[in-house]
Design a protein around this ligand. Structure first.
Ligand code: COI
Length: 361
């Protein structure tokens, strides 16, 4: 694998500071984008080449571009945080880079070297560092690296050309309600991913597969959909775009990685953060019956969702065709809030980074 250099071609018309400040005062999620993006090409026989930092703007694609037809696409999500001294650091970019490689392998795409993935993120954040929100709040700069098949043609085969792109978007709370508990619709007949299928790959297709059930969740008045496993329709897997954690008093449990649920970086980090705080933390299979009965008998004290975009979000009401129940009286649980603060403190640079997760720029 070759490591291309990234040539800087900065915009001569970045957004004005006043306009940027107006956006940073209430960015929401995924609505605004910074002034630049990084692009790197891959061509069979040549490898990675033509790395560039260029003004943010549309990609021009032939209508027969492979990705538009057969969805050979993968993506990542990671965040850059303003540190107390005004500098900027990203959180575990190496973990995202490795997962990106795993997704690439599953979709028969070329693997981007870990150091190139990190360098591309660094170059973009460095160039657009004024877009990283102020230290201390909920806001951060969300980075979205992705790769698409760019060969032109309708033959169904792995493409011989690809484009890797990183864009950045200032991000506030993923859910409009902030840390208010989200309601969950339990999808008992629709599945998101199957073991042996695209499973745990972070590819647009797995998210497309989740949208109908997400729309059904909305019809039932719920914010998010939870999926069960595709084989027995019994084991809790994940939400449409987040992993789940179950809190049993002092112990936290997250569904085991079975090959069909996403190996979330936040999910993985929380196993360590919880242990650092003296909690027991384990991966185990959790059935839907267990979720309901353990809530009813009071042993399951809290449930929360986690992901890069959503950080940690408490789960409130759970609805299914067979009935509904509520976690922690619909309030954010205390373990949920403690873990949320502990993780954010590391990311904001106010707690010791004992696992070496922060990547300063
Ligand atoms: C993330 O948390 O970064 C995700 O990828 C979930 C979603 C926004 C697609």
């Amino acid at each position: 694998m070759t490591t291309p250099t990234i040539e800087l071609k900065p915009s001569s018309h970045p957004l004005s500071a006043t306009e940027r400040e107006r956006i940073l005062a209430g960015p929401g999620f995924g609505r605004y984008f910074t002034d630049h993006m990084v692009t790197i090409k891959w061509t069979e026989g040549r490898g990675w080449h033509d790395g560039e930092l260029v003004p943010y703007g549309p990609l021009s694609l032939d209508p027969a571009t492979n990705v538009l037809h057969y969805a050979q696409e993968i993506f990542e999500g990671l965040k850059a945080y303003r540190q107390p001294d005004g500098s900027v650091a990203t959180f575990r970019p190496d973990a995202n880079a490795r997962r990106f490689q795993a997704s690439a392998r599953r979709l028969a795409m070329p693997e981007l070297p870990v150091e190139t993935f990190i360098e591309a993120c660094d170059v973009l954040v460095q160039q657009d560092k004024d877009w990283v929100p102020a230290h201390g709040g909920e806001e951060s700069l969300y980075l979205r690296p992705f790769m698409i098949a760019t060969e032109v043609g309708l033959g169904v085969k792995p493409a011989n050309e690809y484009l890797f792109v990183v864009i950045a978007s200032p991000a506030g709370a993923y859910f409009a309600g902030g840390v208010k508990p989200v309601s969950i619709w339990l999808s008992e007949n629709r599945v998101r991913a199957v073991p042996g299928g695209m499973g745990d790959a972070k590819t647009g297709g797995n998210y497309a597969a989740s949208l109908l059930a997400q729309a059904e969740a909305a019809v039932h008045g719920c914010d998010q959909v939870a999926y069960l496993d595709a084989v027995e329709h019994k084991w809790v897997e994940e939400l449409g775009g987040m992993n789940l954690y179950f809190v049993y008093g002092d112990k936290i449990v997250t569904p085991t990685l079975t090959g069909s649920l996403l190996a979330g970086v936040t999910r993985d980090s929380l196993l360590s953060v919880a242990r650092d705080l003296g909690h027991e933390a384990e991966e185990a299979r959790v059935s839907i019956d267990q979720w309901r009965t353990d809530t009813e008998n009071g042993t399951l004290t809290e449930v929360f969702a986690c992901g890069t975009a959503a950080v940690i979000t408490p789960v409130g009401t759970v609805k299914s065709a067979g009935g509904e129940w509520t976690q922690s009286n619909g309030e954010p649980g205390k373990v949920t809030l403690k873990l949320r603060e502990a993780l954010l403190d590391i990311q904001r640079g106010v707690a010791e980074d004992r696992h070496g997760w922060m990547h300063p720029l």
